[in-house]
Ligand binder design. Structure first.
Ligand SMILES: N[C@@H](CCC(=O)N[C@@H](CS)C(=O)NCC(=O)O)C(=O)O
Length: 229
C-alpha cells in the first residue's frame, strides 16, 4: 500500500464525531489528505494492519507514522499550519481546554451513548435486570451542556471568547450528536440559548460543510480522492 498522491491518508467515517473533529482541523489548517471513507462493519484490511484497534479516524503519514486518536490528528493538523482564525491558547486556557475535552470524551460521551442507544445497555441476566433509561442520561448530558452554556453566555460566542479554538471544534461534533438524538426536543428545550447559538453557527458554517462532504466507501484499487475535494 502506498501514498499514491504523496499525501497523508485519512481513514474516516463521515458521521463519526471523532473523525469529524479530525476533518474539521484538517480543513481549518488548510491541509489536504487522501481520503478513505469506510463503513464501520467492513473496515479496510490496511487500516486494521496499521491500527489494529480499529477505530476512526486513522491518519497514515507519508513517513509511515500512524496517528489513530482524533485529538492527536487535530494536534498534528494545527502543528502543520495553525488555522488563521483560531485562538492560540495560553497555558491556562490549554488546561481548561484539556479538562473540558476529558469531560466530553468521558462522562458526556458515556451518557450520550446511553441516551442515543439505551437498548444496548439493558442488562438481563439471572442476577441482574437493568433497564437503561435514556432520559436519565439525557439529563446527565444536559447538566454538562448547561456549564458550557454559562461559559458561552459570559464570554461567547466561542468557548474562549471572540475566536474559535481547538476546544470548540473538539467538542461541537458531540453537541451536534446530542441534538440529533432528538432534534425537536432539543430545539424546543428551554434554556441554554448561548449554547444553541454556538451550535447553530457551527451547523451553518462553511467549515462544517466542507468537513461533511460525502464520499463513497473506499476500496483498494479505487482512484485516490483528496479531502477537502
Ligand atoms: N478515542 C478514539 C475514539 C474513536 C472512535 O471510537 N471512533 C468510533 C466511531 S465514532 C469507531 O471507530 N468505532 C469502531 C466501531 O464502531 O467499530 C479517538 O478519539 O479517535
Amino acid at each position: 500500500m502506498e501514498h499514491q498522491l504523496g499525501l497523508p491518508v485519512l481513514y474516516t467515517f463521515r458521521r463519526c464525531p471523532y473523525a469529524m473533529r479530525a476533518r474539521l482541523a484538517i480543513v481549518a489548517a488548510g491541509l489536504k489528505v487522501e481520503v478513505r471513507e469506510l463503513v464501520l462493519r467492513a473496515k479496510p484490511a490496511h487500516m486494521l494492519e496499521i491500527s489494529p484497534k480499529g477505530t476512526v479516524p486513522v491518519l497514515w503519514l507519508t513517513d509511515g507514522t500512524v496517528i489513530d486518536e482524533s485529538l492527536d490528528v487535530m494536534r498534528w493538523a494545527v502543528r502543520q499550519n495553525f488555522p488563521a482564525d483560531w485562538l492560540a491558547l495560553n497555558s491556562e486556557q490549554q488546561q481548561q481546554c484539556d479538562e473540558w475535552i476529558a469531560l466530553l470524551d468521558g462522562e458526556f460521551k458515556r451518557n450520550l451513548d446511553r441516551y442515543k442507544y439505551p437498548h444496548r445497555y439493558h442488562v438481563k441476566t439471572d442476577t441482574e435486570n437493568y433497564t437503561c433509561d435514556p432520559l436519565v442520561h439525557r439529563d446527565a448530558c444536559e447538566k454538562i451542556l448547561v456549564n458550557w452554556n454559562a461559559v458561552l453566555e459570559k464570554q461567547g460566542p466561542y468557548l474562549f471568547g471572540g475566536q474559535p479554538s481547538f476546544a470548540d471544534y473538539a467538542i461541537l461534533p458531540f453537541v451536534r450528536q446530542f441534538r440529533i438524538a432528538d432534534e425537536a426536543w432539543f430545539d424546543a428545550a428551554p434554556g441554554y440559548s448561548a449554547l444553541k447559538q454556538w451550535l447553530a453557527a457551527f451547523l451553518e458554517s462553511p467549515l462544517l460543510e466542507q468537513a461533511m462532504v460525502k464520499y463513497n466507501p473506499w476500496q483498494p484499487g479505487d482512484t485516490p480522492l483528496t479531502f477537502p475535494g
